[in-house]
Design a protein around this ligand. Structure first.
Ligand SMILES: [Zn+2]
Length: 263
């Protein structure tokens, strides 16, 4: 099962050739702590189960599982241009975003509380998938993603569409004062932070992501409601369950057939 911001799927100005989706933990074949739709084997699930889960998820979106790129995410801001690369061979490269202009290529990021953010140029010439935990968000991964798509698509930020996927929300995202300070220093408004009844600081990660995108000039910013921590039946959450645990996969791709042999 996957979820998508319905406002994008139904948007009259949606870029027709773009397909995207955010996986949930429902509908797959994984068992135990990975039940049931785990999208990465690095925490101990079997390759076979993960491959089947990915196949089902991507097929449901009309995307070719053979065109999927993922990377080793490290909470940085580097973005990999995969246009000249081979699907399946970037898994060990350390990046936190991917960008492409090639139909048939699908970009994926895995998360279990961090935010997946997907970008598409309305002209259908480029897409990006970004992994934004608090470190990446604070360090500018979203702004770099906007630049990456605009430069390749030949468009302005106002011509982008963005979707902020499932992540930990302000209700559950407890952070230390140093994290609050880091965001404030970067110019994020203090309205994104509150102190709970127990005295802990909370941050609104999805809100800050949307604010960051808007500040950069992206007008069409869609947000998926909910919280990975609050919804154990729907999402994996590292903060709630620790490791080993499953991972959601968020993907975006330009619909089309691969033009060259890729394996
Ligand atoms: Zn929550």
């Amino acid at each position: 099962m996957s979820v998508s911001p319905s406002s994008f799927a139904a948007a009259p100005d949606a870029p027709i050739p773009v397909a995207h989706g955010f996986s949930t933990r429902l509908g797959g074949v994984s068992t135990g702590v990975f039940h049931a739709n785990n999208m990465h084997e690095k925490k101990g699930d079997t390759r076979e189960n993960v491959a089947e889960n990915r196949r089902r998820f991507l097929a449901g979106l009309g995307l070719d599982p053979g065109g999927l790129f993922v990377v080793e995410q490290v909470h940085g801001t580097d973005i990999l241009d995969v246009d000249g690369l081979v699907p399946g061979q970037t898994d060990d490269l350390e990046y936190d975003g991917l960008v492409t202009t090639r139909p048939g290529f699908t970009l994926g990021v895995t998360t279990a509380d961090c935010l997946p953010v997907l970008l598409a140029a309305r002209n259908g010439r480029a897409v990006a998938a970004l992994h934004a935990g608090w470190r990446g968000l604070e360090a500018g991964i979203l702004s770099r993603g906007v630049e990456a798509v605009c430069s390749r698509a030949g468009c302005d930020p106002g011509d982008l569409w963005a979707a902020v996927g499932p992540g930990i929300a302000a209700c559950c995202f407890e952070i230390g004062p140093e994290v609050v300070e880091a965001f404030l220093t970067r110019g994020f408004p203090d309205s994104f932070f509150h102190v709970s009844a127990t005295g802990r600081s909370h941050g609104d990660l999805p809100g800050m992501a949307a604010w960051n995108l808007s500040r950069d000039g992206v007008v069409a910013v869609h947000r998926l409601a909910g919280c990975t921590f609050c919804e154990p039946g729907k999402y994996y959450s590292y903060r709630r369950d620790g490791w080993p645990n499953g991972l959601q996969l968020s993907v975006i791709g330009l619909r089309g057939v691969l033009q060259e042999p890729t394996r």
